[in-house]
Design a binder for this molecule. Structure first.
Ligand SMILES: [Zn+2]
Length: 312
């Protein structure tokens, strides 16, 4: 009996190599010994930044190939997040983009502190993306033969949230567009209004919409492009009042998140709820355009929307 118990125990603790490399004993030994890896762990510890696994088709994609393909999976067409500057580069003619208000920075007027202070969050995000001062890049550029006032949100900066800076930069962009008789194109990617700025964030919803109403009064077009994800205060303001509303394929778009709605209403949500395709079917979105087609389609739509107007 004792020998059987012993045998059973030995099966349970059969020595297998750890899946994760154990931490080094001291900082000095960090790079001195080569960790032994099992085939399983070797696969998992692939060098970061060279290959990316597509969450849709699970193919491994070489990151350079993904960059060359505008961050769209070459196998299945899944749209990965793309930085605002890369997106601008993909849309405007070379050297035609003049950025506006590049140095505008948020101020912590409320001295807000939640899990972390707003100041520290801003500092961390500016450090993470040194080219970004806030969650939107705005400027005047040329898409095909059209000069446009272009605003591109960046989800990597505090979830693309709209605070005073995003609202002010977009409002100034729209106003310059109105003054110069230019179409406005805004590409959204946002979790909504920036709660660290409380009421000041919510006021940006009215401010941007007011500027767009004035722009529309001058019979100038506004195209809104929704990308994954566009939610809450942004979807409830400037993002859904475009003369044309486009979206990238399978983008998540909505006001409150699906889980919140499900918990509140206790109802079963329909399939594809809050996707670009669902919203196109229900009339909110005019067209779904893939990132690689976006520039040509914008030129096509702008041709149509500005037909008969003299260029400024
Ligand atoms: Zn894929």
């Amino acid at each position: 009996m004792p020998s059987r118990a012993l045998k059973k125990k030995s099966v349970v603790t059969d020595p297998v190599e750890p899946a994760v490399t154990p931490p080094p004993k001291s900082p000095e030994t960090t790079f001195l010994t080569k960790p032994k890896l099992s085939p399983k762990s070797r696969k998992r510890d692939m060098p970061e930044g060279l290959w990316i696994r597509c969450p849709e088709c699970e193919e491994l994609i070489y990151d350079k190939e993904l960059d060359d393909n505008l961050k769209v999976c070459p196998k299945c067409g899944h749209h990965f997040p793309i930085a605002s500057r890369e997106r601008i580069h993909s849309l405007v003619e070379t050297c035609s983009f003049e950025e506006m208000d590049a140095q505008m920075e948020a101020v912590d007027v409320l001295q807000f502190t939640g899990a972390a202070s707003y100041e520290s969050k801003l500092a961390a995000n500016r450090k993470k993306s040194p080219l970004l001062k806030d969650a939107v890049v705005t400027g005047i550029g040329r898409i095909g033969h059209h000069r446009v006032a272009l605003g591109v949100m960046d989800f990597s900066f505090l979830g693309g949230s709209m605070g005073s800076v995003v609202g002010e930069k977009l409002t100034r962009l729209i106003e310059i567009g109105t003054d110069r008789g230019l179409p406005v194109v805004i590409i959204s990617a946002s979790g909504g209004a920036r709660m660290y700025e409380g009421m000041f964030s919510l006021m940006q919803m009215a401010k941007t919409c007011g500027a767009l109403a004035y722009h529309a009064k001058h019979k100038l077009p506004y195209i809104s492009v929704l990308t994954d994800p566009t939610y809450a205060g942004v979807i409830a303001s400037f993002a859904t009042i475009g003369d044309l509303i486009l979206a990238e394929p399978k983008a998540g778009i909505g006001f409150a998140g699906a889980r919140v709605i499900k918990d509140t209403t206790q109802a079963e949500l329909p399939e594809g709820f809050q996707t670009a395709e669902f919203l196109q079917k229900h009339g909110l979105i005019d067209a779904i355009v893939s990132r690689k087609e976006m520039k040509d389609r914008l030129v096509y739509y702008l041709d149509f929307l500005t037909a008969g107007r003299r260029p400024h």
